[in-house]
Design a protein around this ligand. Structure first.
Ligand code: ADP
Ligand code: MG
Length: 339
């Protein structure tokens, strides 16, 4: 099978079968795709690359890989409050494996269809397995959620649960041993994250800042603090409830001591996963106290749980406190490819 047959069979034909949304004027097949944004809209654009051995294991289920490749990109649109429109896919494949391609494209395009986000182009080449998606969304002018808008006094929230993906990864590496049910639950969070697009849309004009959590909650929150030139206090007793690990921890049966993580799933260990786990694709955001009811309404409307975990302050830096309000050490690092 040649390059063009491959594109036609696994990407162009299935993409054509999806309904194109009204902003896509021209899809796959020419030198460029064409987008026609509506008046008053800005395009929100983001790219994310997944590399074998770095972001996923070579033997990962290709259906979930297709899902995740797009999910991590949609998560960036969610963090900006942008509506997904279209995406391009640059794919490097070691060989043509039709069963793999069929499954990958089904996982990819199922999530695309769910968000009415059309595959409009890309590039296909032979090489080490790696994929780069660029996603295009739209957001009304002035309404994009940015990292730079947090103000002293704002509440800090996190959607869904964080730390589960890291727990699955540690279990796969043999550093922690989980029951079958717990492992399945954690692995689902690692391999098929849910991009919080509907929450992002519902938070337009309500949240003062937002970011998606990909490298660890505290590290990503740090980007909001830096770009907004503010500080924060996080209540660890609220944050510890953020994980399905509460459920999973009860089922953990054995852990190895070789891991950098604390071997027992103590509360300290749970916080480690929650604060610096990574690969979560939840939203961390801030909103003025006056918007707290609107935040709850947005959570309800988008069927996405949100938890308040702290407050923005004028004093720079990130402080952690326990339930009694006493300060706690912050030794939760975040993911960095080059450290
Ligand atoms: P060009 O050489 O002009 O860059 P190509 O011959 O590489 O174009 O690709 C032909 C068409 O197929 C283009 O519209 C391109 O966007 C699309 N395409 C190539 N690879 C993919 C892919 N993996 N997914 C979706 N569309 C693709
Ligand atoms: Mg060309």
């Amino acid at each position: 099978m040649g390059e063009f047959d491959l594109i036609e069979r696994y990407f162009k034909a299935p993409a054509r079968a999806m309904q194109f949304n009204e902003v896509v004027a021209l899809g796959i097949g020419d030198d460029c795709a064409l987008l026609q944004p509506a008046a008053g809209m800005q395009l929100a654009i983001s790219s994310d690359m997944l590399v074998e051995g770095r972001h996923f294991f070579a033997d990962v289920d290709p259906f979930t890989l297709g899902h995740k490749a797009l999910a991590v990109n949609l998560s960036d649109l969610a963090a900006c409050g942008a509506r997904p429109l279209a995406f391009t896919l640059a794919l490097s494949l070691p060989k043509v494996d039709e069963a793999w391609l069929a499954s990958f494209s089904r996982g990819l395009l199922a999530l695309a269809a769910e968000h009415n986000c059309s595959l409009i182009g890309g590039d296909t080449t032979q090489g080490p397995l790696n994929m780069c998606i660029t996603v295009f969304g739209e957001v009304p002018k002035q309404q994009a959620l940015l990292r730079s808008g947090a103000q002293a006094g704002d509440d800090i929230y996190v959607s869904g649960t964080v730390g589960d993906a890291r727990l699955a990864l540690e279990a796969m590496r043999g550093n922690v041993s989980l029951t079958a049910d717990a492992f399945t639950a954690a692995k689902k969070r690692l391999e098929t994250p849910t991009p919080r697009v509907n929450l992002g849309l519902a938070l337009r004009c309500i949240a003062s800042s937002a970011i998606d959590v990909s490298d660890g909650l505290l590290g990503d929150l740090g980007h909001i603090l830096k770009q907004s030139q503010v500080g924060a206090t996080i209540d660890t007793s609220a944050a510890i409830h953020l994980n399905t690990i509460n459920f999973i921890a009860a089922q953990a049966i054995n852990t190895k001591t070789t891991t950098q993580l604390i071997p027992q799933l103590t509360s300290q260990n749970q916080l480690q996963y929650v604060f610096s786990g990574g690969d979560d694709y939840e939203l961390a955001f801030t909103a003025p106290v006056s918007q707290s009811q609107a935040v709850q309404a947005a959570a309800l409307a988008s069927k996405t749980p949100v938890t308040r975990i702290g407050q923005i302050e004028a004093d720079l830096g990130l402080r952690l406190i326990n339930a009694k309000g006493q300060s706690m050490p912050n030794n939760y690092g975040s993911w960095d490819h080059f450290k």
